[in-house]
Design a protein around this ligand. Sequence first.
Ligand code: SF4
Length: 254
Amino acid sequence: MAYIPKLSWTKLSVLKTCPFKYNQCYNLFNWSPPTIIMTFGTACHTIFEMMYTSGNFDKKYWYDRWEEIYKAAIANQKKLPKLTQKEYKFHLYKGYGMLKRFFETGEKYNFLKGVDVDLVEKKIELKVFGEPFTGYIDLLLPIKEGTEYILTDFKTSQKKRKSDMAQVLVYALCAIKMGYNVTKVAIFYSWLGDIVILDITKEHKAGAVRYLKTVVELYHKLQKSKKYEAKKNEYCKYCHVRAECPLIKTRKRV
Ligand code: SF4
């Protein structure tokens, strides 16, 4: 069976930020190696998923389970370099702090409610401008007795990024296409202890459509021309393909 590459938010944002990096990752399969930060994020998402699907928001219960979930995330990440005790403990305790803020913020914004299993880690699978597009919606939180939803994305990063809102709006557009009456989007910054909520307007929807159209057109253009040029950006210093990059003078791997 022929391999049909699917687009995703991550792929499209890498393509828009730096076509060279996109080519390295998705055409030449030069993947970024797993890091403890990514693994920590996976463990956090797992614990949130378990809370929402079980409807159990008992703090003590989850504090007691955190180490087990964190260890399982590390064990599942086969290619993760072996952690020192210091690194292990650093992220373990970081997790307790993050959980504390998750509960405080969730309570404040009334976000701690159990939902149907179907509304957590909801898979997106549809076509955008003729291309298969996939992704996972962290949470569709019902409001107004289930007639409307707040599409919620959990972020465990230590800072807010401009692209966070663009991502949730694109996901909201997808959820609406999938038949969910999504009227709000929320970014739950669990590490920062904040939730940013936005009412979706016609302009937001039009903006998300424009974004997708522009990037899918770029994808088609680059597929034909094969000219994947490097574009310097704020994430260059973390880029795992720096050693191959024509714009970086010090060819040092990170
Ligand atoms: S270092 Fe920057 S410009 Fe070079 S490939 Fe990576 S993201 Fe692109």
